[in-house]
Design a binder for this molecule. Structure first.
Ligand code: ATP
Length: 303
């Protein structure tokens, strides 16, 4: 196959301002200078995969505007094949307006823009690209019917699906859950989708597999990840680093996991690698600008 990973998903310009105090309703506060950087879950996962050398393609929609140019330039710089990206003259590029408070916590408003116009027809037009990829990576920042169409096409083409159900819905369609191998969730998503009021990440992973996921990966922030497949439960410890900004760490993990699975790694081996990529991503600010190359990973503790 020509590609290790095809990502079908969102591309957003991240517009970030830091404030000393969050504004209340009807209030205005002054912030720092605006920082514009490349983000969006789909584009992030593609950039992470390409940066570590995965042969990667992205199917997304951006507007014909400066932010679209910024996102395409970032993908090309990472090494992604952007041939499938649709430049939409009728829509604006998606944006995420991010306010970072004094505590370092983010408040985010996403304006989907062109992401909302990515359709099942776009997936049908890219069928050859789906068939040319070993792994298809999906998230939920584009219309659900488009995600479903991509999962069905992957099944028909014998392409493995990695699904990161984020932003997390109330309920995940059973056919999407059944397509996921693995389902990649953080603790919040694992708890929500398993329907559990309490319990541990192990309990949620078992519940998600009983609900139909072929395999499950729960990311645990600084504590690494745990995985569950037919061979049982496996824990991957975290890598201790100085965390500067965790934005996009989960996407870095998922892009890396998809790449290593495509290259033939077992799920535990791919997750061990992905935990290192996630850890490297938190040592620098931003989403895509923080993603490591293989050489950057050599500088991590435990290399
Ligand atoms: P985000 O929403 O910030 O992108 P997430 O909630 O989807 O992340 P996490 O479980 O927080 O996902 O992090 C994903 C991966 O990133 C972890 O499995 C780990 O490899 C790495 N990671 C995240 N935070 C840290 C940290 N503080 N120290 C080391 N590694 C981290």
């Amino acid at each position: 196959r020509v590609y290790d990973v095809l990502v079908v998903g969102s591309a957003n310009a991240d517009l970030t301002v830091r404030v000393d105090r969050r504004p209340g309703a009807g209030e205005t506060v002054l912030g720092t200078d605006l920082v514009e950087s490349a983000g969006g879950k789909g584009a992030n996962q593609a950039a992470a995969a390409a940066r570590i050398g995965g042969r990667t393609a992205l199917l997304a929609r951006v507007g014909k505007d400066a932010y679209g140019d910024l996102l395409l330039a970032a993908q090309r710089e990472a090494g992604t094949d952007v041939t499938p990206v649709v430049v939409d003259e009728a829509a604006r590029t998606g944006t995420a307006m991010i306010i970072v408070g004094p505590d370092g916590d983010n408040s985010i408003v996403v304006s989907p823009g062109a992401n909302a116009a990515l359709t099942p027809q776009d997936v049908a037009a890219a069928r050859q690209t789906v068939a040319a990829a070993t792994v298809l990576s999906l998230q939920l920042e584009i219309p659900t019917e488009t995600v479903r169409a991509a999962a069905v096409t992957a099944e028909e083409c014998g392409t493995r699906v990695v699904l990161n159900p984020s932003p997390v819905p109330e309920r995940l369609a059973p056919e999407l859950l059944a397509a996921a191998d693995p389902l990649v969730v953080n603790e919040h998503e694992a708890r929500r989708l398993s329907g559990a009021a309490d319990g541990t990440p192990r309990d949620w992973a078992h519940a998600l597999r009983e609900l139909g996921a072929r395999s499950v990966v729960v990311t645990l922030g600084a504590d690494g990840a745990l995985l569950l497949d037919g061979a049982g439960l496996h824990e991957v410890p975290g890598v201790t680093v100085d965390a500067v900004d965790t934005t996009g760490a989960g996407d870095a993990f998922t892009g890396a996991l998809a790449t290593r699975l495509a290259r033939g790694d077992t799920l535990p081996a791919a997750a061990r690698f992905a935990v290192r990529v996630g850890a490297a991503a938190v040592t620098k600010p931003g989403a895509q600008p923080s993603y490591p190359t293989l050489a950057d990973l050599d500088a991590l503790p435990g290399s």
